[in-house]
Design a binder for this molecule. Structure first.
Ligand code: GLN
Length: 560
C-alpha cells in the first residue's frame, strides 16, 4: 500500500517548501523506501510553460516533455528519480480536465462543483502516482495557507486521509519562526496563526517544520507543541543551511524522517537510514569551500540575470560539476544586453570593456526566447571562440554559436535566427517546414527527450563516454539543414545529430579548449552526485584556464 505525505506552507512564500519536501524524499529513499513526488500548483495557468521566468523562475522539463514548476528540478536532484509530466498539476490543468469531462457528458447532467468534482480530480492526480512500485508519494501543495486559490487543494488533501486511512497519510506543515531583533526573541505567533488557518480547513498537521535563521530552542518547541497540538518530537527546527544539499542532514538530525516513519508505520528495523552516500556528497561540497580549493569564475550571459531562479538548473549543474572537481564555482551574472553595449562600430567589441569577459574562466550561454540581448550572446560566443575561453551553449546558446560562426567565420554576413530577424539573408536558424503554426505556438515546440547520435571521437562523445545519448529539449527553432555543409566546410563540427541526420543536436570546434553547444537542456539531468558530462568537461576546461590565468590587471577606473 502506497503512503502519502502532504507538505503545506504557511506564514510566507519562499520558505523552501520544495527543498524541504525534496530533502524528506531523499531521507526516505536513504531508508530504502521507493519515493515519488508531486507538486500541486494553485495558479490558473494550465502549465508553467507560458509563465515569464522573471516572475516564476525556470520552466523545468521532464523526459516526457512536461513543462513543469522548477520545484520538480529539486525533486529530481534530491531523490535521483526521473519524474513525469503527471507529477505537476495546476488549478488550470485540473479545471481544464473537469470542463472537458463536463463537455463530454461524463458527469451525466449533474451540477459540476468544486466539491466533489474539482477535489476528486485533484485527488485523482495524486492517486495516479501511487503504484505497487512506490512506497511513498510526497505531494507539495504550492502557495500558502490562507490564499484564496489553495482552498480546493486543502479540501482535497483533507479528504484524502479519510479515503485511504489515517495511518497512510501524514501532513507536514512548514512555517516561519522569525527573530525579532528589538525584543531579541524568536516568535511563534505566525506559526500558531498558520496552524489555526490550516485547522480551519480541517487539517491538523502531524509535523511542523519551523524555518528560522537560528535553531529553535527546546522551550520554544514545547510552546509550539502545546499551542499547535503536536508532540514535541513533531516540531522540527529547520535552520538556514549553508548549502541546499545540507538540508536532508539538518532534518535528519531533528528526527524528521524517524518521526514520519513512525506516523506512517514503516518498520524501523527494516528501514534504517543509510546516509553514507549523502554525507560523502557533503564532504565534497565542503571541500569546494576550503581555503586552498581551486576556484573558477563562470560567466552566465543571460536575460534574466536579476532573477537567478530563471537559470536554477544551470547554476545547480555548474555547482555539481564543481563538487566533482573539488572546485568552488563563482557565478558571474552578465546581462546579455550589457555585452551588446560593449559592441562598438558594428560588431567589434570595445577593448575597454573586454576585461569583464577576459576575467572569466568559462562562459555559459543559456537558453532563452525572443531576446533583445541576443547580440550580446553572439558577441560572447565570438569572444570565447577567438580567445580560447571555454564556452558552453545551451539551446539558444547553441543557436547563437552557430549564428556567430556563420557570420564571422563562414562569411554569411547578417546570418541570424528567424525568431529575431525574419528577413535575414542567411536564416541559419529557422523553424522546420513542418513546424510552422502561428496560432498554437506551444504545439510546435520540440519538448522532452530526444536521442542524439554523437560523432565518434568528438569531444562530446568522449565526455559522455557513449555515442547514443538522450537529452531533454524545449525549443522551436533548428539549425537549417540547407546550411549544414557550408558551415561544416568552414570548420564547425556537427558532433551530435538526430538519428535521421536532419537536426543538429551538438556542435563543437576542433581547435579550441572547449566550445560546445547543445540544442538540448542537459542541465535538467545533472545530479549533485553525478554531474552532467558536458558540465563536468566544461568545468574541467575552465579549471585549466583558471590555473593558467594571468593575475588580473585592474582597470584604473576600478580604483575610484
Ligand atoms: N528560442 C529558441 C527556440 O525556440 C531557443 C529556446 C531555448 O533556448 N529553450 O528554438
Amino acid at each position: 500500500m502506497t503512503k502519502f505525505i502532504f507538505v503545506t506552507g504557511g506564514v510566507s512564500s519562499s520558505l523552501g517548501k520544495g527543498l524541504t519536501a525534496s530533502s524528506l524524499g531523499r531521507l526516505l529513499k536513504c531508508r530504502g523506501l521507493r519515493v515519488t513526488m508531486c507538486k500541486l500548483d494553485p495558479y490558473i495557468n494550465v502549465d508553467p510553460g507560458t509563465l515569464n521566468p522573471f516572475e516564476h523562475g525556470e520552466v523545468f522539463v521532464t523526459d516526457d516533455g512536461g513543462e513543469t514548476d522548477l520545484d520538480l528540478g529539486h525533486y529530481e536532484r534530491f531523490i535521483d528519480e526521473n519524474l513525469r509530466r503527471s507529477s505537476n498539476a495546476t488549478t488550470g490543468s485540473i479545471y481544464s480536465a473537469v470542463i472537458s469531462k463536463e463537455r463530454r457528458g461524463d458527469y451525466l447532467g449533474r451540477t459540476v462543483q468544486v466539491i466533489p468534482h474539482v477535489t476528486d480530480e485533484i485527488k485523482e492526480r495524486v492517486h495516479q502516482l501511487a503504484s505497487d512500485g512506490i512506497d511513498v508519494v510526497i505531494t507539495e501543495v504550492g502557495g500558502t495557507v490562507g490564499d484564496i486559490e489553495i482552498v480546493p487543494f486543502l479540501e482535497a488533501i483533507r479528504q484524502f486521509r479519510r479515503d485511504v486511512g489515517r495511518e497512510n497519510v501524514c501532513y507536514v506543515h512548514l512555517t516561519l519562526v522569525p527573530y525579532l531583533a528589538p525584543s531579541g526573541e524568536q516568535k511563534t505567533k505566525p506559526t500558531q496563526h498558520s496552524v489555526t488557518e490550516l485547522r480551519s480547513r480541517g487539517i491538523q498537521p502531524d509535523v511542523i517544520v519551523c524555518r528560522s535563521d537560528q535553531a529553535i530552542s527546546p522551550a520554544l518547541k514545547r510552546k509550539i507543541s502545546l499551542l499547535c497540538d503536536v508532540p514535541i518530537e513533531a516540531v522540527v527546527s529547520a535552520v538556514d543551511a549553508h548549502s541546499i544539499y545540507e538540508i536532508p542532514l539538518v532534518l535528519h538530525g531533528e528526527g524528521l524522517d524517524d518521526y514520519i516513519c513512525k506516523i506512517l508505520q514503516f518498520d524501523p528495523t527494516e528501514h534504517v537510514a543509510d546516509l553514507g552516500g549523502w554525507r560523502d556528497l557533503l564532504h565534497r561540497v565542503g571541500a569546494t569551500e576550503t581555503e586552498g580549493a581551486p576556484r573558477v569564475r563562470i560567466g552566465v550571459i543571460g536575460k534574466y540575470v536579476n532573477l537567478p531562479d530563471a537559470y536554477l538548473s544551470v547554476v545547480e549543474a555548474l555547482r555539481h560539476a564543481g563538487f566533482y572537481h573539488g572546485a568552488g564555482v563563482e557565478i558571474v551574472w552578465v546581462q546579455a544586453e550589457d555585452v551588446s553595449e560593449m559592441l562598438v562600430a558594428g560588431d567589434v567589441l570595445d577593448p575597454n570593456e573586454l576585461h569583464g569577459l577576459r576575467d572569466l574562466d568559462g562562459i555559459v550561454i543559456p537558453g532563452g526566447f525572443g531576446e533583445r540581448g541576443v547580440e550580446g550572446k553572439i558577441a560572447a560566443a565570438r569572444f570565447a571562440r577567438e580567445n580560447g575561453v571555454p564556452c558552453l551553449g545551451l539551446c539558444l546558446g547553441l543557436q547563437v554559436m552557430v549564428i556567430e560562426f556563420a557570420r564571422h567565420v563562414a562569411g554569411m554576413d547578417g546570418a541570424h535566427t528567424t525568431e529575431l530577424d525574419p528577413c535575414t539573408a542567411y536564416p541559419v536558424i529557422d523553424l522546420m517546414g513542418d513546424q510552422v503554426d502561428v496560432v498554437n505556438k506551444g504545439g510546435t515546440m520540440r519538448l522532452g527527450s530526444y536521442v542524439a547520435h554523437l560523432k565518434p571521437g568528438s569531444r562530446v562523445a568522449s565526455a559522455y563516454g557513449q555515442e547514443v545519448v538522450s537529452e531533454r529539449h524545449r525549443h522551436r527553432y533548428e539549425v537549417q539543414p540547407r546550411f549544414h555543409s557550408k558551415l561544416s566546410e568552414a570548420g564547425i563540427v556537427w558532433s551530435g545529430m538526430s538519428p535521421d541526420g536532419r537536426l543538429v543536436e551538438m556542435v563543437e570546434l576542433d581547435d579550441h579548449p572547449f566550445w560546445v553547444g547543445t540544442q538540448a537542456h542537459p542541465e535538467f539531468k545533472s545530479r549533485p552526485d553525478s554531474p552532467h558530462p558536458l558540465f563536468r568537461e566544461f568545468l574541467a576546461a575552465a579549471l585549466v584556464r583558471a590555473e593558467g590565468r594571468a593575475p588580473r590587471i585592474l582597470d584604473p577606473r576600478e580604483f575610484d
